[in-house]
Design a protein around this ligand. Structure first.
Ligand SMILES: O=C(O)c1cccc(C(=O)CC[C@H]2O[C@@H](n3cnc4c(=O)[nH]cnc43)[C@H](O)[C@@H]2O)c1
Ligand SMILES: [Zn+2]
Length: 353
């Protein structure tokens, strides 16, 4: 258990239950998952960067005034990833951190445009992530899949490049399952990305855009109608629109909820004001995620502890929440059954002890 992340309002034995609970994670960013150790190693390698090499200084560096500030800092860390070997190391180490938290399956959001525009060869980039994915599965037992996202604020050039990389058979990585849209939402309307999502969906990818994180519920409607979203990244502002909540519940469109992220980027003022309870009361399928864990001073286990407090969950409630993520994932049916079985076994053993 990571001591600084022990929420005193959650009983210690519930933290221990969560630590051993097999989990799936559906909303977590590649570069945003770089641990302080990896960031400082890369910052020391590239001293021209403004990212501090001292892990203690990173705590201040990762304190954000608003969402735009967060994106500035995020891009300064992106600038540290300069070679295919940096990409492989980052991916492999992220999987190691996940395995330590009993994450059995993760859909990792990767922004290939940010790497190729910084000069990393596209073929070498794909080989690096695939090599790390295979190593992670055989060495840690953690199954990784990719979501390639468009960094919307970088314009339609980035949409075209991301779509090409995701659909061109010459480079398309085996682990790629979905297509996303990230970055700031203000001034970046979702409908303009429809042709790119149409192409990605036609190529067999699932649609999972961010929407309603920093703008209102209309953005979520746009993601559903224009981008044919199968899950919504964040969807926080859906809480302001009862018809939207009813639609999400009726059509079983899961929300990828990331509570601590919403506080760190100041999208939501306090955890007690977070709408997660509104979502579950409306019957929406909620999944729990960490988004950019080291940047937000959290990890997936802590996000489950936060959810336990906000939703007043015991062990069985937490196990159901973990199963939501398995059910909402793009894993195949035998894979889902395996992790659901592991969740049941962990819960039964815990309750019998
Ligand atoms: O790479 C570039 O050159 C570039 C140029 C202009 C704009 C951008 C971006 O906007 C990149 C944003 C980047 O942020 C990632 N991300 C991580 N966490 C979140 C989140 O909570 N909400 C939205 N986006 C997030 C996302 O994957 C984008 O790739 C880049
Ligand atoms: Zn995100």
């Amino acid at each position: 258990m990571t001591e600084h992340l022990v929420d005193p309002a959650v009983p210690r034995d519930l933290h221990a239950f969560i630590a051993g609970l097999p989990k799936a994670e559906l909303h977590v960013h590649h570069v945003g998952s770089a641990s302080p150790r990896i960031v400082s190693e890369l910052a020391a390698r590239h001293p021209d960067s403004k990212v501090p090499a001292d892990p203690e200084a990173l705590v201040d560096y990762f304190t954000f005034t608003d969402f735009a500030h967060f994106i500035d800092v995020y891009l300064s860390v992106v600038d540290l990833i300069r070679t295919p070997e940096d990409v492989r190391l980052l991916t492999y180490e992220v999987a190691r951190d996940m395995a330590r938290q009993q994450v059995r399956y993760a859909e990792l959001t990767i922004t290939p445009f940010s790497s190729t525009r910084r000069g990393i060869d596209e073929g070498a980039f794909m080989d690096a992530i695939e090599d790390a994915r295979k190593a992670a599965e055989s060495e840690f037992g953690t199954v990784l899949r990719w979501c390639f996202d468009i960094p919307g604020e970088a314009g339609l050039e980035s949409a075209e490049e991301t779509t090409r990389l995701a659909t061109d058979d010459r480079h398309r990585p085996e682990g790629l399952v979905s297509f996303g849209l990230g970055g700031p939402e203000i001034g970046v309307a979702r409908p303009q990305f429809k042709p790119y999502f149409d192409r990605a969906i036609a190529a067999g990818l699932h649609s999972v855009p961010h929407a309603g994180e920093t703008t209102g519920p209309q953005t979520v409607w746009d993601a559903l109608t224009d981008l044919r979203a199968e899950r919504i990244g964040h969807g926080t502002s859906s809480a302001q629109d009862p018809k939207l909540l009813a639609h999400l519940a009726e059509h079983r469109i899961p929300l990828e909820v990331c509570p601590t992220s919403n506080i760190a980027t100041r999208a939501v003022r306090t955890l007690d004001e977070h709408p997660i309870k509104k979502f579950t009361r409306a019957g929406v399928l909620v999944t729990i995620n960490s988004d950019d864990p080291p940047m937000f001073g959290t990890d997936l286990n802590n996000e489950y502890a936060v959810a336990a407090r906000l939703l007043d969950l015991d062990e069985r409630g937490l196990a159901d929440l973990a199963k939501n993520a398995v059910d909402a994932s793009f894993l195949d049916a035998p894979g889902k059954a395996r992790i659901r079985g592991e969740i049941d076994a962990h819960t039964a053993a815990w309750l019998a002890s």
